[in-house]
Design a protein. Structure first.
Length: 381
């Protein structure tokens, strides 16, 4: 029964993967290279799931090379996800000749597997059966493990790029929700889960637990079902699929800002923040502040970073926290924590609590209670 459910889910996931592949490749909006790389990623995943579906139903003679190619795909998923991440994050990214070197291990692995299976079993039919039933040398399992480690390296590389990109966004926008990076985090984190489940699924037949193969198989397909449906919903809600602010390759490259100018901008910025309380705007961006100062966004970011030792996000929030502390200290203030949060320019409760605790080492509630207790002691004395 569970096998039937797995087969049905596999069929549905396979269809959805082919659908999102077609959608991405034919999409006119957004960055075409990014859409193409992600589309190819989903296409290979669709072929992988289709192959698994054929095996579930005992079909092994359909397209003899199918299974062999499928075994090598693990060496493509990592590079494709890495190249996709770079194409989204770096505006200047192009598929130059050197980028194609990432695919060399795939071709080597495919050629090697083809030779090993053919020589070991003597025919396509028997070699396909040997692979499907894990009747292959233990060395093959070791090679597959190396292939998964190869994918893990690319996942780590992609995460590092994304973390650096998050730092850039913190310099440019005061409200992180305005720049939706959740989808890219979701894609990478989801593939980490897919990678792990795929590793378990691949190695289980080579262990004494191969009779329980249906369990990791069902888990693998179920997670893919969740993953692809989240991607489809994202695609329908935002068809341009994830075109966001480009990350500059060099910080303050070619900047002609002098120390005298920077000091003057810093003083002007401080006066503007205090007099006009710009930080009360929850969607305040570096471009808006720069416009009020009649300077460029790049000059403003450089001024804040070098004069205050902060990113734009942290700089604006320092004013918000100061305003929140003033309201929380006032014993006559009857506003709730949430009302104070909105009043000082925050739009997210979790973000407010995190930033406040980082600044004061206490939650807003604890901070308020501390001063209420002090006020009571003062009135009693």
């Amino acid at each position: 029964m569970s096998l039937d459910v797995t087969a049905i889910l596999s069929l549905l996931v396979s269809f959805q993967l082919f659908f999102i592949t077609f959608f991405l490749i034919t999409l006119k909006k957004g960055k075409k290279l990014s859409n193409l790389l992600l589309g190819v990623f989903f296409l290979l995943l669709a072929i992988n799931v289709t192959d698994m579906l054929l095996q579930i139903n005992g079909v092994r003679s359909f397209l003899p090379l199918f299974l062999l190619v499928d075994d090598s795909f693990i060496l493509l998923f990592g590079p494709l996800l890495h190249l996709y991440t770079r194409s989204v994050v770096y505006d200047s990214f192009r598929m130059s000749r050197k980028e194609w070197r990432h695919f060399i291990p795939f071709f080597i692995c495919f050629a090697g597997l083809l030779g090993i299976y053919s020589l070991a079993q003597g025919s396509y039919e028997s070699s396909l059966g040997a692979v499907a039933e894990a009747r292959v040398p233990v060395g093959i399992a070791a090679i597959l493990l190396i292939c998964y480690l190869h994918g893990a390296l690319y996942l780590w590389w992609s995460k590092r790029i994304l973390i650096s990109y998050d730092g850039f966004i913190r310099q440019r926008y005061s409200n992180l929700k305005r720049i939706n990076l959740n989808w890219l985090h979701f894609v990478i984190n989801s593939f980490i889960v897919v990678w792990f489940l795929g590793l378990v699924l691949t190695l289980t037949p080579f262990t004494s637990y191969k009779t329980y193969l249906g369990i990791p198989l069902f888990g693998f397909v179920l997670f893919l079902f969740y993953f692809i449906n989240r991607v489809i919903l994202k695609a329908l809600n935002k068809p341009e699929l994830f075109s966001i602010v480009p990350f500059p390759d060099k910080k303050y490259s070619g900047s002609g800002l002098t120390e005298t100018q920077r000091t003057g901008y810093a003083d002007k910025l401080t006066r503007k923040m205090e007099a006009e309380e710009l930080y009360l705007n929850p969607d305040l961006s570096v471009s808006e502040v720069a416009e009020t100062l009649n300077i460029t966004s790049k000059e403003l970011s450089q001024t804040i970073n070098q004069s205050f030792g902060q990113h734009f996000f942290d700089f604006v929030n320092s004013y918000r926290i100061a305003a929140a502390k003033k309201l929380l200290k006032d014993p006559l203030n009857k506003m709730t924590i949430q009302e104070i949060m909105y009043a000082v320019g925050f739009s997210s409760k979790s973000s407010f609590n995190t930033v406040f605790k980082k600044s004061t080492h206490s939650t807003p509630t604890q901070y308020r209670e501390t001063f209420r207790k002090r006020a009571k002691k003062g009135s009693l004395s």
